[in-house]
Design a protein around this ligand. Structure first.
Ligand code: TA6
Length: 315
């Protein structure tokens, strides 16, 4: 089974502004839509849209939970969160305009995750995990959450021997890197922090990987993304570069999460890496063509998949 864990989910309010968003002017909102926020939640939506069974769990505040759980249902996801009294689901504001340059994202912090809450999450939602399971830990916990608490969860996942997919950043990524990991998906800046150098291109990422193979030896698969410029997929044996087709970007919020859902879907179904990367790239691109921050058109994914260019490096 594939589990997604979101420690700090959100409800996205997507504000569509007419014309191009301009400072000092009245930017009128044409449309206001609520959508699924958070990160593992988006991975679950992507998997469900691809017909892939999964369990969407994590920790959610009681206030506002119905909205998020209802929105998830619209994408075919039955959520099973640990619910916390006297806490609220945070709000994220996503602003899109007619510039074609992508969206703005404004997020709230969310509430602190304690060791007690982590214990409850483990005992109530994660107790059946086995070595057969894939766990996608996507999105950081709220900023106030200590790395000790985060490590406590990682210890449990490690003890269960699950295939761990982590899409986290900053200090939480540093902690994840000390473990055996199935897949990480840093962007080029996060990957630059891992290897300690500035990376300005996908070629730089490949070079940095080759130089730091020892440092990264406990990570089975690494996908480094550079938005519209594409991504690289790095394993000990193979290196691939994926170039996405040109698309009309409407809302790129959630595209990275959609891309992760494609990677997880492809790897779970044991597709060869070229197919995994093409599907993930197509899903990320199809998502960016949508107005909301979640979801994509499956037929469009199929069309775009054929337009993704995959190049094996070193052949
Ligand atoms: O990646 C998009 C998104 O998941 C939004 O839906 C939004 O709610 C936000 O990211 C949350 O990001 P954060 O880094 O604060 O967890």
């Amino acid at each position: 089974m594939i589990y997604t864990i979101t420690l700090n989910p959100a409800v996205d309010t997507v504000l569509k502004v007419s014309k191009v968003l301009t400072r000092g002017e009245n930017n009128r909102v044409q449309e206001r839509t609520l959508d699924v926020g958070g990160k593992g939640t988006h991975v679950s939506c992507g998997l469900s849209l691809m017909g892939q069974e999964n369990i969407c769990t994590g920790i959610i505040g009681n206030n506002g939970k119905e909205t998020l759980i209802g929105l998830l249902k619209d994408y075919g996801v039955e959520a099973s969160f640990l619910e916390v009294e006297n806490e609220s689901v945070r709000d994220t504001f996503v602003v899109t305009d007619e510039s074609g340059d992508g969206s703005y994202m404004i997020t709230e912090y969310g509430f602190e995750i304690s060791k007690e809450l982590t214990d409850l999450l483990i005992s109530k939602k994660l107790r059946d995990l086995t070595t057969e399971d894939t766990v996608v830990l996507s999105g950081n916990p709220s900023l106030q959450t200590s790395t000790e608490v985060f490590n406590y969860l990682l210890d449990y996942l490690e003890e269960r021997g699950v295939r761990l997919v982590a899409d986290v950043s900053g200090v939480y990524l540093q902690e994840v890197l000390k473990r055996e990991i199935f897949l990480i998906k840093p962007n080029q800046f996060e990957f630059g922090e891992i290897v300690g150098s500035e990376l300005n291109s996908l070629e730089d990422c490949i070079e940095a990987y080759q130089k730091n193979k020892d440092l990264l030896s406990n990570i089975k698969n690494i996908s480094v993304s550079m938005g519209g410029s594409g991504s690289v997929f790095l394993t000990k044996e193979e290196v691939y570069l994926f170039t996405p087709p040109k698309i009309n970007v409407i809302n790129d919020t959630g595209s990275g999460d959609a891309y992760v859902s494609g990677l997880v879907y492809g790897l779970h179904n044991q597709y060869a890496i070229p197919k995994v990367g093409k599907i993930a790239t197509a899903i990320g691109a199809a998502k960016a063509e949508e107005e909301l921050s979640t979801g994509f058109d499956i037929r469009r994914v199929e069309e775009l998949e054929h337009q993704v260019i995959c190049k094996r490096i070193g052949e």
